[in-house]
Ligand binder design. Structure first.
Ligand code: HEM
Length: 426
């Protein structure tokens, strides 16, 4: 199922799978898995406690014989992550983490996000004014905007140095390559383990100085919970920091990239949005539905479960295909049509149930500021010649490159220099 054509456009394959029935056993997928394509089925599995999120060991196994022993450390760190523990541990960790994601705390982040967006766009505009003289200037939206933005925002939230971002982006990409491969090689798995250990170590070394001078950042909040007798252990704290760094970076950039591509491929939708910017919140929901940044997740059965007349056995891996559920014709009329004014209920791009994405509100805030600023500051934005290249990750649907062009600014429209407070985020 996973080949180049699928990675470029998975939706025909999902429809073909759906046409054959609601539930499929694939012997190849992650070493054997049940695949689900329906919106109602995916939502129901994601909220059902019989389907466990404890699957870090299963991944390690899927890289071949002997991998589990070799990938012990990967399993050990990630098996403490919020993403991979069930209740009651999950409920306890989620309560601690929720504190950093309250709407009021996030609204305070707004000006900081706007500042980062402004600096990134200043750089794009300055480069355009300095280079060439044609009517249009070209840039890579992924490299110059969508990739650095979420990494800088999550670094700011965790209170870590923006200049370390190239390291943590590289670690994060190694981990994503492993999680996103339905048939990972041992080499991919080893690279993920090395990077996860490096990330964990990075946060471990920060701990003493952060404990000595607690701030308002998310890491300080976790340290406060650690100090409040047994709410969260040090190892758990480190695992949550790694999870946030990884989850915050690996996903939002793909909403920006996939979303911008979809809009520019549908010029009438792009024009409608420019004409009525108040459509932005509904447009973001539709972009998440139309081309989900996370295409699937996984669960392991705690008990035998019968579904659609088939018996799924205890221990089996189940793959809720979020990307397929978002194009389910039983839920969305004309699901392959992009309609930024669509109002047809929930997409499942942030998951569902107890593990629903903790960063969803932050993502909407960040994407709204980003898209609004791009619309305002890059006039006549459009796809450039050789435009996009999709990455090879089946879970994190991601563009390597997205070449865009816009009307070259005059010297008067150039950026103002960054202040020292701003410079740390730029
Ligand atoms: C477009 C952006 C994003 C998408 C599409 C996305 C998608 C998801 C999905 C599908 C899940 C559920 C996984 C499952 O049930 O197995 C999830 C969980 C999670 N996400 Fe996101 N996410 C995004 C942004 C973020 C951001 C910005 C952060 C943090 C800053 C974040 C942190 C998390 C965490 C910590 C979890 C685990 C929650 C739990 O297990 O209780 N995500 N996300």
């Amino acid at each position: 199922m996973i080949n180049e054509a699928f990675l470029n456009d998975p939706y025909p394959a999902y429809h073909a799978l759906r046409a054959q029935g609601a539930l499929h056993w694939s012997p190849e997928f992650c070493g054997g898995a049940w695949l689900l394509t329906g919106h109602a089925d995916v939502a129901s599995v994601l909220r059902d406690p019989r389907f466990s999120v404890r699957r870090a060991g299963g991944w390690a196994n899927s890289s071949g014989p002997g991998a589990l022993a070799e990938l012990r450390e990967f399993k050990r760190i990630f098996s403490r992550s919020l993403l991979f523990v069930d209740a009651p541990q999950h409920t306890r960790l989620r309560q601690v983490m929720n504190a950093g994601f309250k709407p009021a705390a996030l609204q305070e982040l707004g000006p900081q996000i706007q500042m980062i967006v402004d600096r990134l766009l200043d750089q794009v505009l300055t480069k355009a004014a300095d280079s060439g003289s044609g009517e249009f200037a070209e840039f890579d939206f992924m490299r110059d905007f969508a990739r650095p933005l979420p990494a800088l925002v999550i670094a700011g939230m965790l209170g870590i140095a923006a200049e370390d971002r190239s390291e943590f982006v590289a670690w994060s990409d190694d981990i994503a390559a492993f999680i996103g491969s339905p048939t990972p090689t041992l080499e991919i798995a080893r690279a993920a383990q090395v990077s996860l250990i490096a990330m964990n170590e990075y946060f471990r070394q920060l701990l003493p100085q952060r404990r000595a001078a607690l701030g308002d950042d998310l890491m300080s909040q976790l340290i406060r919970a650690e100090a409040t007798g047994g709410i969260i252990t040090t190892k758990e704290l480190l695992a949550q920091c790694c999870t946030l760094l990884f989850a915050g970076h690996e996903t939002t950039r793909n909403l920006l990239g996939n979303g911008m591509l979809a809009l520019l491929q549908h010029p009438e939708q792009w024009q409608a949005l420019q004409g009525t910017p108040s459509l932005l919140p509904s447009a973001l929901k539709e972009l998440l539905r139309f081309d989900s940044p996370v295409q699937y997740t996984g669960r392991r059965l705690k008990v035998d479960v019968e579904m659609h007349g088939q018996l799924m056995k205890k221990g089996d891996l189940v793959i809720p295909l979020i990307g397929a559920a978002n194009r389910d014709p039983a839920k969305f009329t004309e699901p392959d049509r992009l309609d930024i004014a669509r109002n047809q209920g929930a997409h499942l791009s942030f998951g569902y149930g107890p593990h629903v994405c903790i960063g969803a509100t932050l993502t909407y805030l960040e994407a709204e500021i980003a898209m609004r600023s791009v619309m305002q500051r890059l006039p006549q934005l459009q796809l450039a010649g050789v435009t996009q290249s999709w990455g090879g990750n089946a879970v994190y649907r991601s563009l390597n490159r997205l070449s865009l062009k816009f009307a070259r600014p005059s010297a008067a429209e150039q950026a103002t220099p960054a202040t020292s407070a701003e410079a740390q985020y730029a």
